[in-house]
Design a binder for this molecule. Structure first.
Ligand SMILES: [Zn+2]
Length: 425
């Protein structure tokens, strides 16, 4: 490849260099190229005099890598001039290389593009042969501010656990239900933080939010009333159901404690716990073979057999199944409200403390739950399903240890990867 073409490929301006043939040197990790800054254009940037002489020459190495795991290093011979008129020294700038930088602009831009990809900082570092610390430094320099998105028509609010240096907390994620992306991430879901955040959003923009979808965290009720008075508050079914599945799961555990450890029921309940939490019809049509007796049973039959062994488990299991099946029906708000209150009553008189607690929560949130169940309220079914899927994505981002000890960095990176990805391409 001819020298000028090579410089262009590396994102540099051939006009800045003396055009002479240079043979790339193969190194262990890639190639080393040499280039020398031209010396015939001399103009002092301070006094504009052209009466300058060469003071000295210096070498520097610039990382110009553009491929995975091939290190392109440019060894630059730079020139420093002394202005005879004003007595100051200067090095003419080079296009594509920032003053003092060890990485070319082109490589730096490629690194910045990678910030929107599902790559850890250390993976990016490995790609260009630089340190993770340097990559994080570029991130902090370049990605100064990632703005939130506009408040959407249907706003989902949910939390995700985030570990900071000082321990862990729940940060609060705002989702656009229809746009399927993140509107913003708030450092902490505690009221003090939410009260600081929401007033910064213009009231007119908040008024555009027509549906406010959340779980049954008390703070969200306050947020809805204070900042989104014109939005319908919906507690999504996912969280309604998960309260019940959590209770069933704990009741199953205590039922097991009362059983013989090597009984068929005990072993089945321990291994196939998830069949006690799913819809009846989702239990696979398979058989379970008892190692002790050699007899085989259908999974569904065994679930019922276990459930019948314990009065509390029977109550809890049936209630969960009823909840699953009621939500498939259509409701007006009035019907849904009656349903959830009756359901809460049923749990309240169950005699089981866990179920009573769930019943009390449902009663407390009956209006918001009914809003979610009643299709007439919203015309369509709003559930936090999208929040759940983006939440899983966020958890992957956190788990992959992208180098966040710092909430702001995490927020920016997560929004780049999930929300701004398309725009950055
Ligand atoms: Zn000068």
């Amino acid at each position: 490849m001819d020298f000028n073409t090579l410089l262009l490929r590396l994102g540099l301006d051939p006009d800045d260099f003396i055009n002479k043939e240079s043979v790339p040197v193969k190194t262990e990790e890639g190639f080393l190229y040499e280039a020398e800054q031209r010396t015939d254009i001399r103009k002092c940037p301070y006094c504009l005099s052209e009466d300058c002489r060469i003071q000295d020459r210096r070498y520097s190495e610039i990382n110009c890598s553009e491929n995975d795991h091939i290190r392109d290093i440019l060894r630059l011979k730079k020139v420093r001039f002394l202005c005879r008129k004003c007595g100051r020294t200067f090095t003419p700038p080079l296009n594509g290389i920032r003053r003092g930088a060890a990485i070319s602009e082109q490589t730096r831009n490629m690194i910045v593009k990678d910030f929107a990809k599902q790559m850890t900082f250390s993976e990016i570092a490995g790609r260009y042969g630089i340190s993770s610390a340097r990559v994080i430094q570029i991130f902090d320099e370049v990605i100064g501010f990632v703005p939130r998105k506009k408040m959407p028509f249907a706003l989902c609010i949910d939390e995700i656990r985030f570990r900071e240096k000082e321990g862990q907390n729940y940060c609060c994620v705002l989702y656009d239900f229809n746009g399927r992306n993140i509107v913003d991430i708030i450092r902490n879901r505690q009221m003090a933080y939410l009260d600081e955040y929401f007033p910064t959003i213009p009231e007119a923009e908040r008024r555009n939010v027509k549906y406010f979808i959340s779980d049954m965290y008390d703070g969200y009720r306050t947020v809805r009333k204070r900042y989104f008075p014109s939005a319908l508050h919906i507690v999504d079914l996912f969280h309604v159901v998960s309260q019940m599945t959590r209770a069933v799961s704990r009741i199953r555990t205590s039922a097991m404690k009362k059983m013989e450890e090597n009984s068929l029921e005990y072993r089945f309940m321990k291994r196939y716990w998830r069949f006690f939490l799913c819809r009846k019809e989702d239990i696979p049509e398979k058989t379970y073979e008892s190692k002790k007796t050699g007899l085989s049973y259908s999974l569904e039959d065994l679930v019922f057999r276990c459930v019948l062994k314990d009065q509390d488990l029977l109550l809890a299991y049936n209630a969960l199944q009823d909840l699953y099946h009621y939500n498939q029906q259509f409701f007006t708000f009035g019907e849904a409200h009656i349903f959830i209150n009756k359901f809460a009553d049923r749990l309240t008189v169950s005699g089981n403390a866990l179920l009573e607690e769930v019943g009390a929560t449902y009663r407390k949130w009956a209006v918001e739950i009914a809003n979610g169940l009643a299709r007439s309220q919203s015309g369509k079914h709003y559930t936090n399903g999208i929040a759940e899927s983006i939440n899983n994505h966020l958890k992957t981002i956190i788990k992959a240890a992208y180098g966040y000890h710092n909430f702001e960095r995490f927020r920016k990176r997560a929004m780049m990867i999930i929300t701004y990805k398309k725009e950055l391409r």
